[in-house]
Design a protein around this ligand. Sequence first.
Ligand code: ZN
Length: 282
Amino acid sequence: MDCVSIYSGVSFMIKNRHNLSNETGDNSGGKMLGTCKLCTLTKDLQESHLMPRALYRMARGSGANGNQDPHVLTAKVRKPTSHQIKDYVLCRDCEQRFSTNGEDYVMRLVTKRNGQFPLLDILKAKATPLRGKKWTAYTTAQTPDLDRSKIAYFALSVFWRASIHTWEQESGEKQRIDLGKKYNEEIRRYLLVETPIPKNATLLVAACTDEESQKTFYVPEENEKVKDRSFGFLARGIFFLFRITRTPAPYQARLSMVNTPHQPISVWNCFEQGVWRLGDGR
Ligand SMILES: [Zn+2]
C-alpha cells in the first residue's frame, strides 16, 4: 500500500485556551422555513452540523489543561476554535434519521475524552491474517459485532453534507467538496433508505493507532496527494476515505468497507502513513 504522511507534518495538538461560555446551551437559534436538502420537503429547518456536535464536545477538555477548544482543521484553516460549522440545511426528521441510522452508533466507537477508543479495542481483540507491514484489516466475518451498515451510513452522510451545501468557517472561508450532481442524488436516495449504497462507491475505514489522530477531527477534504477526487475526514481516531468512481485504485477496491464481500476495516498509524494528505493551503 502507498505510504505517505497523512498530515504532512502539521501539528495537531490543542494549544490555546478559550472562553467557551458563549457557545454552551444556546439553542435560541430559532427555526427557518425552507427546503430540506435530504427529503426535499418544505419544513422548519434545524441548525444542522457539518460534523457531529458530539465531536466538539468530546474534543473539549481532552487536552492536558482541561477546557480547551477542539482543534478543527481544513486545508486552509488549522487552529483551535470553538466555532461549530453549522447551517440551516435539514429538517428535524432528517436530522433524526442521520442520528439513528449512523451517527449515534459511530460516536460510541470514536476515542473518548479519557482516551478509550472502543473501535480499536474491538478490532485488536481479534486475530486476523490480513496484514501488511504497517497495517492490519478485519473482515466482517472476524468482527460481526461491528455494524458496518451504520458506519457506512454515517460516513456517507458526512461526505454528502459536505457536497450539497457550502458551509462556512469561522473566518468566513467557504467549505465544500464536490461529488458531482449525479452522485449527490444517488447518495441522497441511499441516505433516505430508498436505494442501496451506490455501486461505484468505495469507502476505506481505518482505526488510527496514533494519539494525534485519536484526539482530532477534521471536515471532508479532497485528497491532495493524488488529486483523484477521493475525499477524507477524521473523527477522533476513525479515518474515512471515500471515492465514487468506476475506476477505483486497486487499494481502494480491495480495502473498501462497502461493495466488497469481506467489508474490511483497517488499523494503521494515520499520522505516519496512509494514502491521503491534506492540502497545506499554501
Ligand atoms: Zn428532511
